[in-house]
Design a protein around this ligand. Structure first.
Ligand SMILES: Cc1cc2nc3c(=O)[nH]c(=O)nc-3n(C[C@H](O)[C@H](O)[C@H](O)COP(=O)(O)OP(=O)(O)OC[C@H]3O[C@@H](n4cnc5c(N)ncnc54)[C@H](O)[C@@H]3O)c2cc1C
Length: 520
């Protein structure tokens, strides 16, 4: 029997497969092509303490400050203490990060008080690190990779997961995959918004499936909007302009050419992301234009060319010169909450583990510190493999029937709903929220869910249910939280409130509950 089923081929999935293969057979299934992931597109880098001037306690403090009172301290300690070791290991295995005079070259990003961001290929860290792992897993006889296989649902009996129901796009049929351990690494859900930096695969399938299977889903209201994505007239495409560009000294300017972040925060352009994103959003309204200016005119153009070759080329493709100025606007970028997980990736279902962006371990609190997510993938995948190995044999598996069919006539309905939900999310549950907006959005989602009724195992209807479920979870959390904190801002409750220094918990069939921070 297959020992490890890994769902998703981002950094969390690839690293899990790489580490698990020493212990047994691994199958990686991924929705589209192997390189279709957020991880592949990551730019700025990966945060870990590697410099003598830095130490894990400073990394801890920076993470907790960005998390606005909702970080789980034990999880953050795991991240900052174990991150350096994971980095050392992959360097030992041949991963090449950028260096300067023989030393690792370290970048600075928003909210970090030390230069600690390792990067590769200048601004192509995600591509370099995923290519490095792809070269490992593709050459590993214990690992099989299958592209164009989407997981639709889990196989669960008596609270134990023993694999997944999948849709094989190439054969156009359902398939059951049984496994001793299932690793869910399907990433976040930002692509359910209209303006997003994420690829179209990132629509929260894994979160919706885990919710349906009975897992608790935590803090879904916190969506991180990246402050700076390239603004293109008439296009929802939002190519990310890494925070590292501001780390190198780029300025945000209003219509009059003034640096509007200076009076807002001591770190100006490098203030935590939520503050910068909201300030840009407000400035856009004041200036009455859909973007602000990111100016690099005052910086050394040679340094910009060598540090950001990928971003420079992408901007040039759209007629902009990165060494001069570019128009930028915020976009949905990172899902802070997710499936409840302990410090070893364990969920509420035995033998089902989560790692990477889908997991809610409490590291990110209410707001992710830049570059902490790639390192999260390595640290927690490593731990999850360790505990999975300690589980005994799986026992007899029940026989289940194939259930799903694909009705092409339902496709149009699904894509129309996807567009509608994207607009609803942007308008009702975006950077600035309110009771009125959220209740309007929620009513629409509830109506669509009622109309969908009991999904009868049709592929597209099931996909619609997943989209609606994720939208429902985000908006329900956001409506409950009558305060502003991190990636959640309400204009009707603009202040942080101690009353809400807690996690929101949603479980299928139950009302939203809460959980205190830093409580076992
Ligand atoms: C443009 C961009 C730049 C970023 N830059 C940085 C950075 O510099 N540093 C940093 O730390 N973080 C960065 N991030 C965030 C970081 O990239 C992600 O948080 C991280 O890569 C998530 O990794 P993951 O493996 O959990 O998920 P992903 O990399 O998103 O991978 C998820 C995988 O699951 C697959 N999948 C989804 N649904 C299904 C399904 N139903 N069945 C089968 N497969 C499925 C997807 O196709 C994909 O292969 C960036 C994000 C973006 C979008």
């Amino acid at each position: 029997m297959l020992k490890y089923l890994v769902i998703g081929s981002g950094l969390a999935g690839l690293y899990t497969a790489h580490r698990a293969s020493a212990l047994g057979s691994v199958l990686v299934v991924t929705k589209k092509a192997l390189r279709d992931s957020n991880s592949f597109n990551a730019q700025g880098g990966i945060a870990a303490v590697t410099d003598i001037e830095d130490n894990p306690e400073i990394h801890f403090t920076d993470t907790v400050i960005a998390g606005r009172g909702l970080c789980e301290n034990r999880a953050v300690q795991v991240l900052v203490q174990e991150g350096p070791q994971r980095i050392k290991e992959i360097i030992g295995e041949g991963m090449k990060f950028d260096t300067e005079n023989g030393k690792l070259s370290l970048g600075l990003e928003g909210g970090h008080h030390r230069k600690r961001i390792l990067h590769a290929g200048g601004d192509s860290t995600g591509r370099y690190i995923t290519e490095f792992l792809i070269s490992k897993v593709q050459n590993d006889p214990n690992i099989t990779i299958r592209e164009n296989v989407s997981v639709i649902d889990f196989l669960v009996r008596d609270g134990v997961c023993y694999g997944a129901r999948c849709w094989d796009e190439e054969r156009n049929c359902e398939e059951l995959i049984y496994a001793e351990h299932t690793f869910l690494t399907t990433g976040g859900t930002s692509a359910i918004y209209t303006r997003t930096t994420n690829p179209e695969t990132t629509i929260g399938d894994g979160i919706a499936m885990a919710y349906k299977a009975g897992c608790r889903i935590i803090d879904m209201e916190f969506i991180q909007f990246h402050p700076t994505s390239l603004f293109l007239e008439d296009s929802p495409k939002a190519f990310l302009i890494s925070e590292a560009v501001r780390g190198e000294g780029a300025w945000l300017l209003d219509k009059a050419g003034k640096r509007f972040m200076l009076p807002v925060h001591e770190l100006a352009e490098l203030a935590p992301r939520d503050i910068v994103a909201r300030s840009i959003f407000k400035q856009m309204a004041l200036d009455d234009r859909p973007y602000v200016v990111l100016s690099l005119k005052h910086l050394d153009p040679e340094k910009i060319r060598s540090r950001f070759p990928n971003i420079l080329a992408k901007c040039a493709e759209y007629g902009y010169d990165l060494t001069d100025w570019i128009p930028v606007a915020p976009a949905a970028h990172y899902t802070v909450g997710g499936v409840a997980s302990d410090l070893y990736g364990r969920t509420d279902i035995r033998r089902l583990y989560v790692c990477g962006e889908i997991a809610s371990t409490g590291i990110m609190g209410a707001n992710r510190l830049a570059s902490n997510s790639l390192i999260e993938c390595l640290v927690f995948a490593h731990r999850a493999i360790g505990v999975a190995e300690e589980c005994g044999p799986v026992g007899d598996l029940p026989h289940v029937d194939l259930l799903y069919r694909k009705d092409e006539s339902a496709a149009e309905r699904y894509y129309a709903l996807k567009r509608q939900i994207a607009h609803t999310m942007n308008n009702c549950s975006g950077i600035i929220r309110s009771e009125l907006l959220l209740s309007t959005g929620l009513n629409l989602v509830k109506k669509e869910l009622r109309e969908l009724g009991d999904v009868k195992y049709e592929y597209y209807d099931e996909a619609s249910r997943k989209l609606l479920t994720v939208a429902y979870l985000i908006m329900t959390g956001a409506r409950f939280r009558r305060e502003s904190r991190g990636g959640h801002y309400r204009e009707d409750y603009p202040m942080l409130s101690e009353e809400y220094a807690l996690h929101t918990v949603q479980k299928a069939g139950e009302k939203l509950t809460t959980k205190k921070v830093n409580q076992e």
